[in-house]
Design a protein. Sequence first.
Length: 383
Amino acid sequence: MTVLSSRMQTFRGRLAEAGIDVALITDEDNVYYLTGYYDYLHMEFGRPTILAVPRDGECLLITPTIDLNSARALARVDRIAPWNDGKGNEWREELPGIVDGAALVAIEPDRMPPVVRTFLGELVDPGRLANATGILADLRMIKSDEELQLARHAGQVGKAMMEAGRAAIADGVPEYEVAIATSQAGTRKAAELLSAYYDDAYMSPNTHFLQIMASGETIINTHRRASTRIMRRGDPVFLCFCGMTNFHRFKLGFDRTFWIGEIADESQAAVYEVAVASQKAALDALRPGVTAESVHAAYAEVIAGAGYKYPFRCGRATGFSFLENPQLVTGDTTILQPGMVLVVDGSVSVESFRAQVGDSFIVTEDGWEAVTDHPKTLEEVIL
């Protein structure tokens, strides 16, 4: 049995356990997880793709005709129903037959295009609707061996990008030059790994997310993009690869804070040291059998104990989506298990500066395995 057929079989079993007759899946990452099919733009473009999974019977992929050839090559489904812009009922054609007679239809309410949700509301009474989101989220928490290999390879791509970005940072260099260097390094490493380990002519090695970075006085902007700003000696520089570390559609989190030549504002050093210590505290707590929120609590205690304001979440699970379950945050009581992939951050923000270090880890039987790695001691991040 292939990985995809095993996932589909397991999902059908979960539907049967919940008394669900058919699930309509519209989240592109879930469609990929179950079938191996991914859309042509990796964005919403007004052309719905819908995967219909009955607990018994044929699995159907409704997708635009413009991408039919890709669907035929990639999708592991029983049948494909292509639809064309402006022709007949478009993607609506198959839905009445799918839901007719189904006592319970599961959907992804937060990930279904509004136009599809509205039409479905005309076909199915609210009492016949269930939520498939939690079923798939639970199914995806523990990664397979194949997914863990992807995570490790994504870590190699991230490491190549971080090393290239570090090398490009210098006095007098514009930020966008760093972004060019990281993109080139990540693409080349991904191409090397794809050629050596994977047989997929459809999977691109190219990085496809704008570089997140900030420098100098803009360091307080967490999710700023690379700009034409010229970096100067003494500037802090933040590099984040939480979007770009995306190999074979497997996502990770990875970030570092650097300084150019020296730390012009010595108060920043103390803030940075607390950020590093907070990540270490989280990692000391990270192991199977503990709750997600307990890891956050260990991290938050270091930050609050040093007199800084209460921090945002310590981290999150990743995989084929940027954000998966569980989250390392107060209120998430999920018990951590081997096979989860988690981003663990250390971060402190003050009025004029913020420091952050973050890495991705696989939860193992007795602790964790790092899948991203780059120096983080204060001496090592002064370039």
